[in-house]
Design a protein around this ligand. Structure first.
Ligand SMILES: Cc1ncc(COP(=O)(O)O)c(C=O)c1O
Length: 403
């Protein structure tokens, strides 16, 4: 997953250009900046890379989701269908918009099950928000197929799968809008940062205005005289981040994804030899960015035994079922409806009535799938780690056999 591993001279060069211009702000200051527009350049390069018409850089992946929801006009009274295996940001953004997240089950891709969508649709459903988890793809063609029939827009949370594709088309370019994160542990990083992608000029304009206090960005009048079509907020990216993004994007395919694929294959080969191990389904293995290797054991007990044996060798795999950041069953603040506000919003309305509640046992299939899944995060530079991980896999296989 990590763009930070390849930070180097290219990023330094880009950043120094910004510092030399002395303009850190993405808009205005045309005379001082001497032609340096890093955020705008990054947006252009990113939209070309993703094969979309428009890209809007924002301050984080969470902001990208919030901006996309606002662009689509989603708010109080609306529901958004998402999944119970994701980072909390996905549903935080939905709640922050004033809408209610409705959680659908995942399937063996560890992403939204297209077959689970219809069961969750109501007259209030205003978007379907699948998450391309852990570098792999959701069954995005099937999901957009269902959504199109229902006439509901899809927002792709592509925070964890930047650079991934399905049948040659980049993830984040299938739905009405795609959302990316460039935070410190993502495939490419700008420290904090994100991107919203779309082919729809109208949605882009709304997103662009909303992320900058509603400014209409009328270049004829200049920033101080711009008008506003609606209220917005500040989710802008700054020039230093744009500079980092440009350097990182250059490395995404030839260095980051390439090396991750090589490293993943070494570990996958070793696991293929272990009886009972199966792998997470990737709808298009060619488009996997290989930032995680996820495998299943036949039972929960066997998964725990295998994980413990690997941990004893100093290489613990990630067990998402116990993970408090990514798994519905462990989101205690959501399940207990904990709000910082005295009114209890967004879980309660101003009169105190419950507007959203979430049952811990609501996603039995997601729970069952994750309870058997183990994950090895893949790095770009892991030559030194590979022997230890291979040894741990070998040892765990022996323990499993003896059990
Ligand atoms: C699936 C998913 N969505 C959204 C985000 C939010 O991105 P950011 O940390 O840039 O706000 C993340 C970050 O980890 C993520 O994994």
């Amino acid at each position: 997953m990590p763009g930070y591993e390849v930070l180097g001279e290219e990023e330094k060069k880009q950043i120094l250009e910004v510092l030399a211009s002395k303009v850190l702000f993405r808009y205005e200051f045309h005379a001082q900046r001497a032609g340096v527009y890093k955020v705008a350049e990054f947006e252009k390069a990113f939209s070309e890379y993703c094969g979309v018409k428009c890209a809007l850089a924002v301050s984080s992946g969470t902001a990208a989701l919030k901006v996309a929801l606002a662009a689509l006009g989603i708010g109080p009274g609306d529901e958004v269908i998402t999944q119970g295996f994701t980072f909390v940001a996905t549903w935080e953004a939905i709640l922050e918009a004033g809408a209610i997240p409705i959680f659908a089950e995942i399937d063996d891709t560890l992403c939204m099950d297209p077959g689970a969508i219809r069961k969750k649709v109501t007259s209030r459903t205003k978007a379907i928000l699948p998450v391309h988890m852990c570098g792999g793809q959701a069954r995005i063609d099937e999901i957009t197929g269902v959504a199109n029939k229902l006439g509901i827009p899809v927002i792709e949370d592509t925070a964890q799968a930047c650079g991934g594709s399905f049948k040659g088309k980049k993830l984040g370019s299938f739905g009405a809008m795609g959302c990316f994160s460039f935070d410190s542990v993502k495939t490419i990083t700008t420290g904090e940062g994100g991107m919203v992608t779309t082919d729809d000029q109208n949605l882009y304009t709304r997103a662009s205005e909303y992320h900058d206090h509603g400014h209409d960005h009328d270049v004829r009048v200049g920033r101080g005289l711009e008008k506003r079509n609606f209220v917005g907020f500040n989710y802008r990216m700054m020039e230093l981040q744009g500079a980092l993004g440009l350097a990182q994007l250059e490395k995404l395919d030839p260095v980051i994804i390439k090396r991750q694929r090589e490293n993943k294959q070494v570990l996958k080969d070793a696991l293929t030899a272990v009886k009972g191990v199966t792998f997470r389904t990737l709808p298009d293995p060619e488009g996997d960015i290989a930032s995680f290797l996820i495998f299943f054991l036949p039972t929960t007990e066997k998964a725990r035994t295998f994980a413990m044996a690997m941990a004893q060798e100093g290489s613990p795999p990630v067990y998402w079922h116990e993970n408090t950041w990514h798994y519905y069953g462990k989101w205690e603040h959501l399940l207990e409806g904990k709000s910082p506000l005295s009114s209890g919003y967004p879980f309660r309305d101003p009169e105190g009535a419950v507007r959203a509640s979430f049952h811990p046992e609501a996603l039995p299939i997601t729970s069952s799938i994750l309870s058997k899944a183990l994950t090895i995060p893949i790095n770009v530079n892991m030559e030194k780690d590979l022997p230890g991980k291979l040894k741990a896999i070998g040892k765990a296989a022996e323990v499993l056999k003896a059990a």
